[in-house]
Design a protein. Structure first.
Ligand code: ATP
Ligand code: MG
Length: 331
């Protein structure tokens, strides 16, 4: 009935390890800024131990039916959980902002880059073959359609930020057929949208972002390059506990911190909730709550700058204290 449809439905999967600590923190923040109907579901090592299945059908359906999903982390079962969940939301792009914050030690404190990583093909979609005792091969998959879909998303993303250009990373001087196709598709879609592109070879990109990350803003990458280079950028900003991500599909999306289950600190109540809360901010923006998203980001920034801080950032506060401080500073 219309009553039950009046709130956005957000699927919530804590998963394992510190997912059980940081996801509830992010849900508290969402609760503080809006009216959502949360649908909790289970996935990961713990549910597999009980039921034999890391990703029960019920969880898959909950995610597929929700307006958006907030996910924590899964342990050993990560690949069995996150890959099908990305499929459940039809995710074709992985959005990974890497941003340094005042008050947090960073190798490159000026870093502020968003990676838009192709999420369906490249070497991760190709199949591997063992052809002999001595020889294994991998097929790399690149389609014009997936490259164009990513590029169209990038154009909208850049325009929303008030930009008029983005960078595209590839290695088409060597992988002429596959990265050539990727490059041609992305550049031509950008042209159609009236946006400029700067092409950066992926090896040169690695050097340039280390030396001066301020050269980069929105960076569009093939799957593997995006995976590696966004992790590199994560290293520049200091701390896995800070990095959110989004898997976006045509009419659904899943948001998750970049970090994993952090078994070394799980259960101690000291996990940094910032990455999960910033993932919730991306979820808010995706659902059209731009003001609320900005408020959450502002509150996280304020807490990062002046504390309280969790031990990974040199403080001695727990997850709850940091979450409480973020909620207090929402305006
Ligand atoms: P997984 O296999 O689930 O990825 P992992 O051992 O690789 O587990 P990560 O979660 O990737 O662990 O974390 C790597 C390191 O970063 C660990 O030392 C962990 O404690 C730390 N870390 C990650 N996330 C956080 C967080 N939110 N707060 C504090 N420390 C974190
Ligand atoms: Mg890990």
């Amino acid at each position: 009935n219309s009553e039950s449809n009046s709130y956005e439905e957000v699927a919530v999967i804590e998963g394992d390890g510190i997912g059980r600590e940081v996801v509830p923190a992010a849900v508290e923040v969402l609760d503080a800024v809006g009216d959502f109907e949360f649908r909790t579901a289970r996935a990961g090592d713990a549910v597999r131990a009980e039921t034999g299945e890391a990703l029960p059908q019920e969880t898959y359906d909950t995610v597929a039916d929700a307006d958006a999903t907030l996910f924590g982390a899964a342990g050993e079962t990560a690949a069995d959980v996150i890959l099908p969940l990305r499929t459940a939301v039809g995710s074709f792009v992985n959005v990974r902002p890497a941003r340094a914050y005042p008050g947090v030690d960073a190798v490159q404190p000026e870093t502020d880059v968003v990676f838009l990583r192709e999420n369906t093909e490249g070497v991760y979609a190709g199949h591997e073959d063992r052809l002999s005792e001595d020889l294994s091969t991998l097929t790399r998959v690149v389609t014009t359609s997936a490259s164009e879909r990513l590029a169209a998303f990038a154009c909208e993303f850049v325009a929303d930020r008030g930009g008029d250009a983005f960078q595209v990373v590839h290695k088409s001087n060597v992988m002429r057929e596959t990265d050539g196709r990727f490059r041609d598709a992305v550049v031509s879609v950008a042209d159609d949208h009236g946006l400029d592109t700067e092409e950066v070879l992926m090896d040169a990109f690695a050097t340039r972002i280390c030396l001066d990350p301020t050269q980069f803003d929105v960076v569009v990458c093939p799957n593997l390059a995006g995976d590696v280079l966004s992790d590199l950028a994560a290293g520049l900003v200091g701390g896995l506990g800070l990095l959110p991500s989004a898997n976006i599909g045509p009419d659904n999306a899943l948001f998750e911190p970049v970090h994993g289950t952090a078994p070394d600190i799980a259960g101690e109540g000291v996990a940094n909730p910032s990455a999960a809360i910033l993932s919730a901010a991306m979820l808010l923006e995706h659902l059209g709550y731009d003001g609320e998203a900005a408020a959450v980001r502002g509150a996280v920034e304020s807490v990062l700058e002046s504390g309280p801080r969790t031990p990974d950032l040199g403080g001695d506060a727990g997850t709850d204290a940091v979450t409480g401080a973020v909620i207090d500073r929402l305006d």
